[in-house]
Design a binder for this molecule. Structure first.
Ligand code: 7RM
Length: 497
C-alpha cells in the first residue's frame, strides 16, 4: 500500500500478527517515486512476527536487503515450479483483513471470509455495472477488440473498493479491466480521459473527490478526448454533490451514460445500495435502491423504525448478506459494539439517509456529520454542496462547533485557487451563496481558506480533525495514520480562526 507511514504499517502488522510482508522496492505517484521498501524496513524494526519479506522489483529504487529475511520476488519465482496445488479453503476461512478508521480509537481490522465475500462481489459487480461481454466466454474471445467491454475502477487497490472492484469482482466475473498506477493529475488533469480513449474503457468507476478535482482543473483537459467508448459511469466513497454529478454526466458521460452512485462500506464488503446501470432510473445524488436481497431500514434516535416515504433517519440493514463483516480482528466485542449494539437486532451503518417520495435512498453522510443549528438538523454535505456552487471554490469541508447562542455554529474550510480574488470579498460571496441555496440558517459562521483538506487515501475527509480544530482543541488530534498528507494538518491548525 502506497500511503502508509512506518508506524501505521507496524500497527497493522502487529495487530494481525502476520508472518510475511509482500512489498515493492518503490511505487510511482505523479512526479514522485515512493520508497516503499524503506518504509517497510522502518516498520519492521518493531514487528517480531515477520519471518520473510518478499520484494517485487518495480521502480529499481535502491534498497537494502536483510540477510535471511528478505527475498526478491523475481529470483524466487523464476526458480519455482510452474504449477501449484490449490489449497482447499472453508467458505468461512479468513480471506483478508482490511483496516479502517472509525470515529474513535485505533483502526479496526475488518475481517472478510472466502465464500460470502466472493459470491457477493461477483454478484454486485455483474448486476450494478451490467457489462455484457466477459473474457471468460469464448464468444467474447472471438469478438473484434473494439466491441469488447472494458472496466476501469480508479480506486487505490489498498482500499476496500480496490479489493472488491479492481481485484475480486471483475476477476471472478471474467471481465477485462484496466489496472492503473499513478494519480489523476499527472502529467496533467487529462490523464483519466486519455487512458479511457487509449484503451476504449466502457465502464468507468471513480470517486466524487476525483471528479471535483478534475472539474476544477477545467474543461480544457477534457476537450482533447472523445470519450465515446464510455457506456456506464460509477461513483463511490462519499455523497456526490449535485454539481459534480451534473458535470460528470454532461462532460464525461455526454448525457448518454447512466451514473451508478454506489453506497457501501469496508464492513459491507460489496455494494448495498445502487442503481443497476440502464435498469434503475437515476437521480442526482441518490444511490437509489437496495440491491436485490438487501433490506435497508431507517430508524430514529431511539431505534424505532421510520416507515413510509419522504422520511429521514439512521440507516440500518435488517438481515445479513453474504459479504458482511465477520469480526474485527482480535476483538469480537468491538465488532458487536460498533455495529450491532446501537440498535439491537440491526446492523447500524453510521450513516444518515433520506428516503424520497418514490422510495429512493439518498445517503446524507455520517450521522456524526449532522449539525444541529438552533434546533435545525443540517447535513454538512448539504452546506458543502452550497459552498461548492460558488465558481471559485475547489472543495470545502464543514463541521459544527460549540456556539453560545445557536448550540452549534458552522465552521467551513474552503479551498480556492491561488489566483483567486481577495479572500474577504470571496468569503462574503460564499456566505451569500449558501444563503441563496439553503437559507440563512446554514450560513457559515467562520470560513478558513486552506490549501488542502486532511484526507485519507480513499479521499475521505477526516472530519474528526477538522472538528477538533474548529472546537479549539488541538492538543490531541487522535490517530492520523490513514492521512494522505499529514502536513496539511499543521497548516490548518496554524490558520485556525
Ligand atoms: C466503499 C467505501 C464507507 C462510508 C459510508 C458512507 C460513505 C461510500 C457512498 C458514501 C454516499 C455513496 N467504503 N460512502 N459510498 N456516501 N454515497 N455512494 O467508501 O468504508 O471507506 O467508507 O463512505 O459514509 O459509510 S468505506
Amino acid at each position: 500500500m502506497l500511503a502508509f507511514s512506518a508506524s501505521a504499517l507496524s500497527g497493522r502488522i502487529q495487530d494481525s500478527d502476520c508472518k510475511i510482508v509482500l512489498t515493492t522496492d518503490g511505487a510511482y505517484r505523479g512526479v514522485k517515486d515512493i520508497p516503499i521498501k524503506a518504509v517497510v524496513d522502518e516498520a519492521l524494526e518493531v514487528c517480531l512476527s515477520v519471518k520473510n519479506v518478499l520484494v517485487y522489483k518495480h521502480t529499481n529504487t535502491p534498497i537494502t536487503l536483510q540477510e535471511g529475511r528478505d527475498l526478491i520476488w523475481q529470483d524466487v519465482v523464476s526458480k519455482a515450479a510452474n504449477t501449484c496445488e490449490p489449497e482447499l479453503m472453508d467458505s468461512e476461512d479468513v480471506l483478508f483483513i482490511l483496516y479502517t478508521s472509525g470515529s474513535t480509537g485505533k483502526p479496526k481490522g475488518v475481517v472478510h471470509t472466502c465464500g460470502g465475500y466472493m459470491v457477493y462481489t461477483c454478484y454486485t459487480f455483474q448486476n450494478v455495472f451490467q457489462m455484457s461481454t466477459f473474457t471468460s466466454s469464448s464468444a467474447e474471445r472471438e469478438m473484434p477488440k473494439a466491441e469488447r467491454e472494458l472496466f476501469w475502477c480508479t480506486a487505490d487497490v489498498g482500499w476496500i473498493t480496490g479489493h472488491s472492484y479492481i481485484a475480486y469482482g471483475p476477476l471472478l466475473a471474467g471481465a477485462s479491466a484496466v489496472l492503473f498506477e499513478g494519480v489523476p493529475t499527472f502529467p496533467d488533469a487529462g490523464r483519466f480521459w486519455k487512458v479511457i480513449d487509449k484503451y476504449k474503457v466502457t465502464h468507468f468507476y471513480t470517486a466524487p473527490t476525483a471528479i471535483r478535482a478534475l472539474e476544477a482543473a477545467g474543461l480544457d483537459f477534457v476537450k482533447p478526448y472523445k470519450l465515446d467508448s464510455l457506456k456506464v459511469l460509477g461513483s463511490v466513497g462519499e455523497p456526490i454533490n449535485e454539481e459534480a454529478w451534473h458535470w460528470y454526466n454532461k462532460n464525461i458521460g455526454k448525457e448518454k451514460c447512466p451514473i451508478v452512485d454506489t453506497w457501501w462500506q469496508t464492513e459491507t464488503g460489496g455494494i448495498l445500495i445502487s442503481a443497476l446501470a440502464g435498469v434503475t432510473q437515476t437521480k442526482p445524488s441518490f444511490a437509489t435502491l437496495p440491491m436485490p436481497g438487501i433490506q435497508p431500514l431507517l430508524v430514529d434516535e431511539k431505534g424505532n423504525e421510520i416507515s413510509g416515504n419522504n422520511v429521514e433517519g439512521n440507516l440500518c440493514i435488517k438481515f445479513p448478506w453474504p459479504s458482511m463483516i465477520r469480526t474485527t480482528y482480535g476483538d469480537h466485542d468491538r465488532c458487536k459494539k460498533e455495529y450491532f449494539s446501537t440498535y439491537p437486532g440491526l446492523y447500524f451503518t453510521g450513516d444518515g439517509c433520506r428516503r424520497d417520495e418514490n422510495g429512493f435512498y439518498r445517503i446524507t453522510g455520517r450521522v456524526d456529520d449532522v449539525m444541529n443549528i438552533s434546533g435545525h438538523r443540517i447535513g454538512t454535505a448539504e452546506v458543502e454542496s452550497a459552498i461548492n456552487a460558488h465558481a471559485d471554490v475547489v472543495e470545502s469541508a464543514v463541521v459544527g462547533y460549540p456556539h453560545d447562542i445557536k448550540g452549534q455554529g458552522i465552521y467551513a474550510y474552503v479551498i480556492v485557487p491561488s489566483t483567486t480574488k481577495d479572500h474577504e470579498t470571496l468569503k462574503k460571496e460564499i456566505i451569500a451563496e449558501v444563503n441563496k441555496i439553503i437559507g440563512p440558517i446554514a450560513k457559515p459562521d467562520k470560513i478558513q481558506i486552506v490549501s488542502g483538506l486532511p484526507k485519507t487515501r480513499s479521499g475521505k475527509i477526516m472530519r474528526r480533525i477538522l472538528r477538533k480544530v474548529a472546537e479549539g482543541d488541538v492538543s490531541n488530534l487522535g490517530d492520523t495514520s490513514t492521512l494522505l498528507d499529514p502536513a496539511v494538518v499543521h497548516e490548518i491548525v496554524n490558520g485556525k480562526l
